[in-house]
Structure formats: structure tokens, C-alpha cells
Write a protein that binds this ligand. Structure first.
Ligand SMILES: Cc1cc2nc3c(=O)[nH]c(=O)nc-3n(C[C@H](O)[C@H](O)[C@H](O)COP(=O)(O)OP(=O)(O)OC[C@H]3O[C@@H](n4cnc5c(N)ncnc54)[C@H](O)[C@@H]3O)c2cc1C
Length: 1023
């Protein structure tokens, strides 16, 4: 190398890195303070993902546990589940854990105080005074700070108001105090002059309980309303505000809020603001370019950018896998590192507009920023490094000693919300790929740690990739293991069947939102049309039509749907019967192909169909989209299922061939409800069709237009004449005609218990001329319960119960209409539940921010309101949202909550099919399970608990068709959660499951004697 030329950039990075390492005492730099829980068990946990999951779960639950007995029970349960992973001495220890007495008490105390100590390592204090003391101590060590207020998830508007107030109080109190302290030039000035001393970090989702990227404008308005006073006070008092970045789905809305509010005249000339940007996202480079253009040309004033890699890697990868969405993050650690370096360079090159704060503990990433700044001649004090409180203290000191400004992200708050933060930090530190772990616990060499991450791209290797998957993957796999499912990585990647659910639309993606808005606008131009009865693929003249109106806006006529006459219904049966003879002999592959073409129709018309659902049935965007996705799933799943069932099944013996196979039943009448207007009608119809039956589609009166759209799709997909006939009309008029018709072989029904039982009775009759007993498949209602255990995560439980009870106005068969809450948590739960319900946005379903739309029609509304009125005699009405002017716009009923509902009250026993929730108190888990099982229904159920043994009991003893643990009890997916119940919830087996099609089929066996005069073919081929 020429001695006069500057060293290559990477060499210079390594020079800085070696210098930092030289100033860091790697032996002294421990990650965790010495204590039993951390040192012994964390040490084990580092190397054992299953144990790590159990430990972190225990730590997360700890603050909720009220007495020492509970602490010890949970510790023993969590460790017990990972027992097989422990060395013998620890294994023995878990068996000997005392559950009571002095020893038990001492153990509980030790666990609690160790966890608290661990939390205090990362959290600067539980109140402002303690936080101020901590930042004062940091300033005396020459370290700047940014304060973050830890909080529970904001699920109520009252909580959002409280967060705003806390920030205002914090700013007022802190500025007064800190500005009175003597100046520390190292941190209070940059290369050009004084800088704000007070610096706070804000999470925008904490400022609005309904923060939802589906409605960026509504969310921005609500967030800005609470944000402006905070920004105004900060500006007035000379403080700095940084916007934290949360999960990927919130990113665009966060950026939108940032740009919107900071372009307002009041704030556009204020440079003391910044935003965190995550280098682990693949689309961050584009965001930074757009941020630069905005700062430079629109705002004309610089902002800060805190460049981090990102704290939600596990979450992002799991959510993407669960939903079948593209993974938004890089999947290899070196890619995030390399992107961090690329973006560091971009920021330093544009330092006049985007001032960088590098948020990293990785000496390679930090050194790269130092070397790049030197090369681009950016003054050392123009930018800064930021690190987390309690982490990597020796690195902070080393960097500071090199003359750079170092700012410490300092969270403070109560222990309860603090645990979630603590677990995030523990996860980060213990991940296999963490720089700190590799550098300070695993002792990798400096040369390896300082290697250029981009060089991995060329070499195609990375130790973490080949040796071990990332810590996060370990965690996910281990979570499966402790949940009793397959515990290997492959269990995550290999689906149980080849079937894949149609992904739901991700409405955090702008293109999906615009497509939905455009579809609604387009559909609105097509309202008011007339839809005929269709028999033999031909429209029949309509003698009478039924008006279908938009329940959100009753002035809007969605369409006029023919009311079939008795003659037309009979004609439809005759047409089906005629078509049956040939359709049942159409090869299964052709019948399956028809279903797949119907799915293609749905895909091509995805947003349009969703828009019809929004307008005709008052379902919000997300749920309408899910309805179409489920309809697609039914087509694809049943096509594959029929192909599976059609595979030849032989039981041949010498001289005798035996074949077992399935035949169709005949004419099927499909009577569907309005609450899943496309999915259920499609599901029942396609199951019947692919099995070789011919089908009469009878949609609900309230969703006849969507029925007609389905008929259009069948025709467009090439359904032969008579194979599917469309017979809308008044249930009471044509229902009995179809059900009792002697040529109808099968009735598939979903709807109310009363109608189902009537159909079952009518179908059981065998009038003269009918030489078979009709088959009835019926899905009925439920009085579904969600049990909330005393140790439940309240953020999750409240949200889960609200979603279960009020999603689509409680009009799903699976809706959770009873919350059975254990005494220990009852009052706390009820308080937050009421506030969370008050915070829901009740609006027309076509508005993207709608959390609760109307109920289906006036009759439903009146019935529900009457039930609420009479319910007041049985229990305490603790909340009912006033719907205000919406009452005259559509069929709105505000969500209502009854508390202290007796378990046998009508409110707790009868299905209401509306937004009415009964909260019932239970003494203990046994009591809760007994109450939960104590109705005539057994459809769905839910439980929120963090006790492994309680969960085991609930799994065994809470007898329902679909049980959901620690999540909402609605939203079953085809194949993943086949749906349906028993008792008076259903006759037949689960829709979207492996037994469903069998109900539409007749099993047959053909036996053929192959012996002729004492000889037979060598072996039966059967073919
Ligand atoms: C001051 C400060 C403020 C912060 N604010 C935020 C914030 O607002 N939002 C936020 O999300 N985070 C924030 N963080 C957290 C930050 O994202 C993590 O601390 C950081 O990612 C750890 O990176 P590192 O460079 O210190 O460590 P390293 O060990 O070098 O990197 C670890 C990071 O690499 C990434 N990673 C891990 N495995 C993989 C993989 N298999 N493929 C791809 N990438 C992988 C992850 O982002 C992981 O966190 C902040 C951190 C600091 C210091």
C-alpha cells in the first residue's frame, strides 16, 4: 500500500474498531448482574431455547402474581415444562420446589427480587424523581440522555390521555430541573452551538387506542391531537422529541404523522425532532430517500434520524409466516448489519438535512459510522451515538473517551409494563446473533467481530446462519415445543398439508387500501340493480323483488333481489335433478377444476366482492376481505379434499377384489346466513358440488346481492346448466318447499337453532314417493365463553375479549358473548374492558377506521335493544355506547356490557347475536370451567391464562368445538382451525376440516369375485 494514500475504508473501520476494543475491558463487561436467576438459569437458558422461552414467560408473568404461592406454582410449572432440557441437578431442583411454607415464601421472594433487580438494570426508575436522579448521574459521567416512558399497551382512550399528561408533566418537570444544572459542554453543545439538554422519546401508538394503519388519516388526526401539545411544550422549553419506531405495520403511519405534524407552520422551523428508522427492514432505503426529499424541499428544515437495526425481528418474522405475507425484514443478520452501514453512509452524506444518531451496541457498526464520518469530513460532534440504559456500559465509555457524544436511551416506569421491555432486552441480549453475546459471552475474536458484513454476501457464509439459526427462530421453535407441538425448526417451515390459506389483505399496505376504496366507489355506481332467480343458467322473470339496503346507511339501496315463487323453487329442483345424473359422473378432477376456477373468479374480483359485503351486510373492511379469502380457501381446500377421497381404496384378497369409494347423494339445498355472506354460502355449495351433488343456492334475504355475485362467479367459471341454481327469496315461503321436496336429498344449513331444528324435523319425514332419508348438515349458534384467569395478560385479555365480543357487532356464530373472569382479576379486568369498549370507533362499515359497524337490520336492532332493556332486570348494565346521530343513519346498536351476570340468567344462556357481553364472576378455575360448559351450546370458547397447568385443564375440560388459547375466539381458518361445534351448536362435522366432505357423500363398496372354475388372476389389481 502506498504510505501516503488514505487507508481503504474498511481498514479504517477496523482501526476504529480495534481502538474501541482496546478501551473496553471485555472481561469486566458482563451482560447480566450476578444473581441466582440470571446467572445460573440465564446461563443455561442462553444455550437452551426451550428453557429460555420458559424463563422469559415466567419473568413476564411475575408482576401479575399476587402471592408467594402463585409465584412458586408458576415457577415450578414453567420450569417443569422444560424439565427434560435441564441438567440433572436443575431437573431435581424443579421437582423439589416447595409450594408453600417458609421455604416456598423465600423462593418466591428470591425470584421476585431477582427479576426486579434484573428489570432495574434496564429501567432507570419507577417514577420521574428516580429517572431524574439516573440522568443526573449519567450527565456527571458525561453521558447525554433521552427519556422514554414505559407503559402498558394503550387500549383505551383514557390511557392515551394519561400518557399525554405524563409526557407533559415529564417535560415540564424535567426541563425546569435539568436546565438549572451546570452545562456539560461535551453533551450540551454540538460543533455549532447549544443543543437541547432534555430529550424525550415517544411511541405514537401510546397516544391513540385505535392506532390502526388501515386508517392512516383518522389515526394521524387522533395522534396529532394529543401530540401537538407535547411538541409545543418541548419547543417552548427547548427540549428535543424523538419518535420511536414500532412494528412494520405501523411504520408508514408513523412516518406520515411525523411528516404531517412537522410540516405544520407551528413546527416546520423546529430542528429538535427526530425519528427512529430501522435498518433491518428491506424498504428502509426508500423511506430515507423520501424523508430526505421531504426535509430538503418541503419542510426546508433538518430533522434527526436515529438509525437502529430494529427491535421486533422475531415478531415480524412470526407475523409474516402466520399470515402468509412477505417478510418485511432481512432474514440474515449480516444483511441488517450491511444495510445499517449503507444507510449510515447515506445519512452522513446528507447530514445537513438528516442528522444521524447511531443507535447500536455493535462495535463494527459504530466503527463504520466513525470511519465514514471521518472520510466525509463530518465534524465529530455533529452526529451522535445512542445506546440503551443498562447495556454495554464499557462500550459507551470507550466511545465517549474517543470524543464522541453518547446519549443513553433511558426508560422509566412501573414494573408491570417494564417486564415487556425487560423481556425484549433479554431476548436481544441472548439471541445467538447478538453482537454483545458473541463479543462478550461467547468471546469471538476481534477480527471476526469486525469483519465487513457485506463480505458475507460474496462469500455466502455466515457463522450464525450455518451453525445455528437465529435466536428468534430458536424461540419460535421452542415455543412450539413447550406448547406440545413439534419442536423443531422444520415444524415451523413445513406445513402439515400442502394446503395454504389465502393470505388476508394487509391493509397497512397503501395499494390495498386504495384498491378497497376504489372498489367501494365502483360498487357504489352499481347499486340498485335487480338480480333474478337463475335456473339452468337462465334468468327467470321476477314477480316480486326484495330490497336489500345498506345497514350502515339505510337510505342506500344495494340491490333488488328476486323473491322466487314456489313454482320457480320447484323448477330449480327439477333442473338440479336432471343435471345430477351427468354431474355425478363428471370426473372428480373436472369437478375440482370448477372449484379452482371459482376461486380464480374470487381472486380477480377480491376487492369488489369485499366492497359488496361491506355495503350489503355492514361488515368492516378487514372482515369483509377475510370473508372473500375464506371463500377462496373453501374452493381450494374442498377441491383437494375430494381428490384425496377419490383416490382408489382397495382391500383385495386372492380371487376377490374389493373397492371402497364414494358416490354423490343427489340434489342439495344450501341455505346460508348473512353473517358470512360469501364464505358460508360458498363453503356449503362447493362441498356439495365437488362431491358430485347438484346445488340450489338459497342466500339469506339480507345478503341476496352477494348470493347473486356468487352465482355470477359460478357461471363465469363454467358451471354447467342445472348444476347450480340460484333461488333467492323469503325463507318462510320457499324454505319449507325446498326442504320438504321429495327430490331433495340433502340440506346444508347454517343459521339459528330454531330454524335448524325445524329443518331437521321436516327433513326426517319420508312422504310417499321419497325413497330415502334426507341428510341434514346444520351449523347453529353458540353462547361462547372466554375464561380470563387471574394471571392473564390484561392487555391481551381485554383486547381479545373486546375483539371476540364486538367484532362484526357480535354477529358471528363464534362471537364471545360471555366473559367468565376469576375473582382475583375481576374488578381490574372489568374496569379496563369498559374503557376499551368506550374507545371503539362505532361508524359506518365503509369507513376504514370502523371498529364496530351496524347490526344487520331493523328487526335485529329492535330485538337486541329489547334484550338489553330486559337484561337490566337480571344484571348490572355497566356500559352501553350511545350511537348518537348514527341511530337515524343506519341500524346501529352501541356495544353493551353487563357485569355480575348470574350464570343461569337469560343474558348468560340465550344467544343474542349482537354486541352484548355478559361478564360473569367465577371463584376459581374449576368454577369457571363449570360455568363455561353450562349452556346448551358447545361451539367456540377461549381462555386467557399464563399457567401451564391451568391451560392443560382447560384444554381437557372446556368442551367446545373450537377452543382458542390466549387469543380471540373468532376468525377460524379453513384447514388450520376447522370450524363447528356439538350439543345444540351443530349437526355434523367441522367445515373446512378433513371430515366435512364425507357428509355430502354416500360410501359404497364393490366386491368382485375373480375366481372362474378354480383359477384366478395372480393378484387382484382392482383396476
Ligand atoms: C438509543 C436506542 C433507541 C432505540 N430505539 C428503537 C426504536 O425506536 N425502534 C426499534 O425497533 N428499535 C429501537 N432500538 C433497539 C434496537 O433496534 C436494538 O437495540 C438493536 O437492533 C440492537 O442492534 P445492535 O447493533 O446493538 O446489535 P447487533 O447484535 O449487531 O444486532 C442485533 C439486531 O440485528 C437484527 N437481527 C437479528 N437477527 C437477524 C436476522 N436473522 N436477520 C436479520 N436481522 C437480524 C435485529 O434488528 C437485532 O436487534 C433502539 C436502540 C437504541 C440503542
Amino acid at each position: 500500500m502506498n504510505p501516503t494514500s488514505p487507508p481503504a475504508p474498511d481498514e479504517r473501520t477496523k482501526d476504529f474498531g480495534r481502538e474501541v476494543f482496546a478501551r473496553v475491558d471485555r472481561q469486566g463487561a458482563v451482560l447480566f448482574s450476578r444473581s441466582w436467576l440470571e446467572d445460573k438459569l440465564m446461563g443455561l437458558g442462553m444455550h437452551d431455547p426451550t428453557l429460555k422461552v420458559q424463563l422469559f414467560r415466567f419473568v413476564d408473568t411475575l408482576p401479575y402474581l399476587k402471592d408467594s404461592g402463585e409465584v412458586v406454582r408458576h415457577l415450578s410449572e414453567y420450569l417443569g415444562e422444560a424439565r427434560h432440557e435441564l441438567p440433572w441437578w436443575a431437573n431435581l431442583g424443579t421437582r423439589l420446589i416447595p409450594t408453600g411454607g417458609m421455604l416456598g415464601g423465600a423462593l418466591a421472594w428470591a425470584a421476585r427480587s431477582n427479576a426486579e433487580r434484573m428489570a432495574r438494570k434496564f429501567i432507570a426508575g419507577s417514577n420521574v424523581a428516580e429517572a431524574v436522579a439516573a440522568v443526573h448521574a449519567m450527565r456527571t459521567r458525561g453521558l447525554a440522555f433521552t427519556i422514554d416512558l414505559l407503559g402498558e399497551a394503550t387500549i383505551t382512550e383514557a390511557e392515551a390521555d394519561h400518557v399525554q399528561k405524563q409526557y407533559l408533566d415529564l417535560l415540564a418537570g424535567l426541563t425546569r430541573e435539568v436546565n438549572a444544572w451546570p452545562e456539560e459542554p461535551v453533551i450540551d453543545r454540538d460543533d455549532r452551538g447549544p443543543m437541547p439538554r432534555v430529550n424525550v422519546s415517544v411511541k405514537l401508538s401510546a397516544l391513540f387506542s385505535q392506532f390502526d394503519p388501515i386508517d392512516p388519516e383518522g389515526t394521524t388526526r387522533a395522534v396529532c391531537r394529543r401530540l401537538r401539545p407535547i411538541l409545543a411544550l418541548a419547543k417552548r422549553t427547548g427540549a428535543f422529541v424523538n419518535f420511536d419506531m414500532e412494528q412494520h405495520s405501523f411504520k408508514d403511519t408513523t412516518l406520515h404523522v411525523f411528516k404531517t405534524v412537522l410540516t405544520e407552520p407551528e413546527f416546520r422551523d423546529w430542528p429538535h425532532v427526530g425519528i427512529a428508522i430501522q435498518a433491518y427492514l428491506t424498504d428502509t432505503e426508500t423511506d430515507l430517500h423520501s424523508l430526505l426529499a421531504w426535509a430538503k424541499t418541503e419542510r426546508k428544515c433538518p430533522v434527526w434520524v436515529r438509525l437502529v437495526k430494529g427491535a421486533y425481528w422475531d415478531y415480524e418474522t412470526v407475523i409474516a409466516a402466520q399470515n402468509g405475507w412477505p417478510v418485511p425484514v432481512f432474514t440474515k443478520k449480516w444483511q441488517s448489519d450491511a444495510n445499517f452501514e449503507k444507510l449510515s453512509e447515506f445519512l452522513l452524506a446528507n447530514v445537513d438535512w438528516l442528522v444521524p444518531a447511531f443507535g447500536s451496541h455493535n462495535i463494527r457498526s459504530i466503527s463504520h459510522a466513525m470511519a465514514t464520518a471521518e472520510r466525509l469530513k463530518v465534524p465529530q460532534r455533529r452526529f451522535e451515538f445512542q445506546m440503551l440504559y443498562g447495556m454495554a456500559d464499557p462500550i459507551k465509555e470507550a466511545i465517549q473517551s474517543l470524543g464522541y457524544r453518547v446519549r443513553i436511551y433511558t426508560p422509566y416506569g412501573q414494573l408491570l409494563p417494564g417486564m415487556a421491555y425487560l423481556v425484549r432486552r433479554l431476548l436481544e441480549n441472548s439471541s445467538n446473533d447478538s453482537f454483545l453475546r458473541q463479543g462478550f459471552a461467547e468471546g469471538l475474536s476481534e477480527e471476526v467481530l469486525l469483519r465487513d458484513p457485506a463480505s458475507n454476501a460474496e462469500r455466502g457464509i455466515r457463522n450464525a446462519e450455518s451453525k445455528t439459526q437465529t435466536g428468534a427462530n430458536d424461540m419460535a421453535a421452542a415455543t412450539h415445543a413447550t406448547n406440545g407441538t413439534a419442536g423443531s425448526h422444520s415444524a415451523l417451515r413445513t406445513p402439515h398439508s400442502a394446503f395454504k390459506n389465502e393470505p388476508l389483505s394487509d391493509f397497512s399496505v397503501a395499494a390495498n387500501r386504495s384498491a378497497m376504496a376504489a372498489a367501494l366507489a365502483q360498487v357504489r355506481t352499481e347499486l340498485g340493480r335487480t338480480y333474478p332467480v337463475v335456473v339452468d343458467n337462465k334468468p327467470l322473470p321476477a314477480a316480486k323483488t326484495l330490497d336489500s339496503v345498506n345497514p350502515s346507511r339505510t337510505a342506500e339501496l344495494v340491490g333488488k333481489v328476486a323473491a322466487a315463487t314456489v313454482e320457480q323453487a320447484n323448477a330449480a329442483v327439477a333442473s338440479c335433478l336432471k343435471a345430477f345424473d351427468s354431474w355425478r359422473d363428471v370426473p372428480v378432477s373436472d369437478r375440482a377444476a370448477l372449484l379452482r376456477r371459482v376461486a380464480d373468479q374470487f381472486r380477480a374480483r377480491r376487492f369488489e366482492l369485499a366492497a359488496w359485503i361491506v355495503l350489503e351486510t355492514g361488515k368492516p373492511w378487514r372482515e369483509s376481505d377475510a370473508d372473500v379469502a375464506e371463500a377462496i380457501d373453501f374452493c381450494v381446500y374442498y377441491a383437494a379434499e375430494m381428490e384425496r377421497l377419490a383416490a382408489p381404496q382397495h382391500r383385495d384378497v386372492p380371487g376377490e377384489d374389493n373397492r371402497y369409494f364414494y358416490d354423490a347423494r343427489g340434489v342439495a339445498v344450501v341455505i346460508a346466513p348473512w353473517n358470512f355472506p360469501l364464505a358460508i354460502l360458498t363453503g356449503m355449495a362447493t362441498a356439495a358440488l365437488v362431491a358430485g351433488n347438484t346445488v340450489i343456492l338459497k342466500p339469506a334475504e339480507q345478503s341476496g346481492v352477494i348470493g347473486a355475485k356468487l352465482m355470477e362467479c359460478f357461471q363465469a367459471a363454467g358451471a354447467p346448466p342445472g348444476v347450480v341454481n340460484f333461488v333467492p327469496g323469503v325463507g318462510e315461503e320457499i324454505g319449507p318447499v325446498l326442504v320438504q321436496h321429495p327430490d331433495v336429498a340433502l340440506i346444508a344449513f347454517t343459521g339459528s337453532l330454531k330454524v335448524a331444528l325445524a329443518i331437521n324435523e321436516q327433513a326426517a319425514m319420508t312422504p310417499g314417493g321419497q325413497a330415502f332419508v334426507k341428510k341434514v348438515i346444520a351449523e347453529m349458534g353458540g353462547k361462547n365463553a372466554v375464561i380470563v384467569d387471574a394471571d392473564a395478560d390484561l392487555d391481551e385479555a381485554v383486547k381479545g375479549v373486546v375483539d371476540s365480543a364486538f367484532g362484526y357487532g357480535g354477529q358471528k356464530c363464534s362471537a364471545g358473548s360471555r366473559a367468565i373472569v376469576l375473582s382475583g382479576i375481576y374488578d381490574q379486568f372489568l374496569g379496563r374492558l369498559v374503557e376499551a369498549t368506550k374507545s371503539l370507533t362505532v361508524s359506518a362499515a365503509d369507513e376504514p377506521g370502523c371498529s364496530l359497524g351496524p347490526v344487520i337490520d331493523a328487526e335485529s336492532r329492535d330485538r337486541i335493544l329489547k334484550t338489553i332493556e330486559s337484561g337490566k332486570k337480571e344484571a348490572r348494565l355497566v356500559h352501553q355506547t350511545d350511537v348518537g346521530p348514527l341511530a337515524s343513519q343506519g341500524h346501529f346498536v352501541g356495544p353493551a356490557i353487563f357485569a355480575d351476570v348470574p350464570e343461569n340468567a337469560g343474558l348468560a344462556q340465550e344467544e343474542i347475536f349482537g354486541p352484548v357481553l355478559s361478564v360473569i364472576r367465577a371463584k376459581d378455575l374449576d368454577d369457571a370451567i363449570r360455568i363455561a360448559n353450562g349452556t346448551k351450546y358447545a361451539l367456540t370458547g377461549g381462555v386467557f391464562s399464563r399457567s401451564p397447568t391451568h391451560l392443560e385443564q382447560v384444554k381437557r375440560r372446556f368442551r367446545v368445538g373450537n377452543l382458542y388459547i390466549n387469543r380471540k375466539c373468532t376468525g377460524a381458518l379453513v384447514d388450520r382451525q376447522p370450524f363447528g361445534g356439538f350439543k345444540l351448536s351443530g349437526i355434523g362435522s367441522k367445515a373446512g376440516g378433513p371430515d366435512y366432505l364425507l357428509q355430502f357423500l354416500l360410501p359404497r363398496t364393490v366386491t368382485e369375485n375373480q375366481m372362474r372354475r378354480g383359477f384366478a388372476p395372480e393378484s387382484g389389481t382392482g383396476e
